[in-house]
Design a protein around this ligand. Structure first.
Ligand SMILES: [Zn+2]
Length: 316
């Protein structure tokens, strides 16, 4: 049995509704832990193993999704100092992006703006009679918990709406939210994405491998087979021409069971990948399909909690 872990950002922003961030200090604790309680291996060692005999006792692979600049600036030095292998799945359309990815920008704007959320609801034609209180901005809320105030409910509502529309429609709606929020908020730190040069630099770190994560980070299962093929194959091609080496691993955006389908798997196989990662937590066995490798999302846990989780997952 093996475990595959997924991280997104190594950073400490004020709001993090999807639990995507681990602080640099806690990531260092977690990395130190992995060296002691597990046998870190590259992803393909787990993905391609045909029997447990090919694996060490407690194999764990580390992966990162999306391609945040922090992967190079904050994660890579820690990975290097603990000699941890890692695979970084890069969304090629986000390389050299000016500003934040829409989901990060939405979180900062809606959860932190001082403007009145009811005004934004009127502007966007959104109604709620759930009677949520309007309080000051607060951090420490996760979007999978029930909303307890209007801003949180509004964030979830706008997130679902933005996820379901086309990119031009998304820009328009995000423009509305930006106009409502007013001037950029001083406390908002940007979640910058890698530049192409930084991606190449990351790829040159010996124990880091770059994988593909589509071009535009869509929910693949909502696209027809032809568009899925383009998203999958074009991200591989773009990375291979940038890095001048084969890109062998893929990760489905969002990655829950309903975010990809048999056409997505076929597109990944046709593009010539060796394996593909999903995003739901369970152990990987040698009988697990290498086209939907499960991964555990790691939260901002201190080392001892992280160690407890890893130990528990090995028992599952
Ligand atoms: Zn992603």
């Amino acid at each position: 049995v093996a475990l595959i872990l997924v991280y997104h950002r190594i950073a400490e922003p004020i709001v993090d509704p999807w639990g995507l961030c681990v602080s640099p200090a806690l990531f260092a604790e977690q990395s130190a832990c992995l060296r002691i309680i597990a046998d870190p291996v590259p992803l393909d060692t787990i993905a391609l193993a045909r029997s447990d005999k090919e694996l060490p006792d407690r194999p764990v692979a580390v992966t990162f999704d999306d391609g945040y600049a922090e992967t190079l600036t904050n994660a890579a030095p820690i990975l290097e100092s603990f000699a941890l292998p890692a695979t970084v799945f890069v969304t090629t359309g986000y390389l050299d992006l000016k500003g934040d990815v829409w989901s990060d920008e939405l979180a900062s704007l809606v959860l932190l703006a001082r403007a009145d959320p009811e005004t934004l609801m009127r502007r966007c034609g959104i109604e709620s009679n759930a009677g949520f209180p309007v309080r000051g901005t607060r951090s420490g809320w996760y979007a999978w918990e029930p909303a307890t105030e209007l801003r949180q409910w509004l964030y979830c509502t706008l997130y679902d709406r933005l996820l379901g529309i086309t990119s031009p429609q998304r820009s328009e709606l995000l423009g509305e939210v930006r106009a409502w929020a007013g001037a950029p908020l001083p406390e908002c730190d940007s979640a910058r994405m890698l530049s192409s040069a930084e991606c190449a630099q990351l790829a040159s770190v010996p124990q880091i491998e770059i994988g593909a994560h589509t071009v535009s980070h869509p929910v693949l299962s909502r696209l027809d087979a032809e568009h899925q093929k383009l998203e999958v194959a074009n991200s591989k091609r773009a990375l291979e021409s940038l890095l001048r080496k084969p890109v062998r691993a893929f990760a489905y955006p969002y990655g829950k069971r309903d975010h990809f389908n048999s056409e997505s798997v076929a597109a990944v196989q046709a593009a010539g990948f060796e394996c593909a990662c999903a995003n739901y937590g369970r152990p990987t066995e040698t009988s697990t399909s290498r086209w939907a490798l499960p991964r555990y999302q790691i939260l901002n846990w201190p080392g001892n909690r992280f160690a407890d989780e890893i130990t528990q997952w090995f028992r599952e």
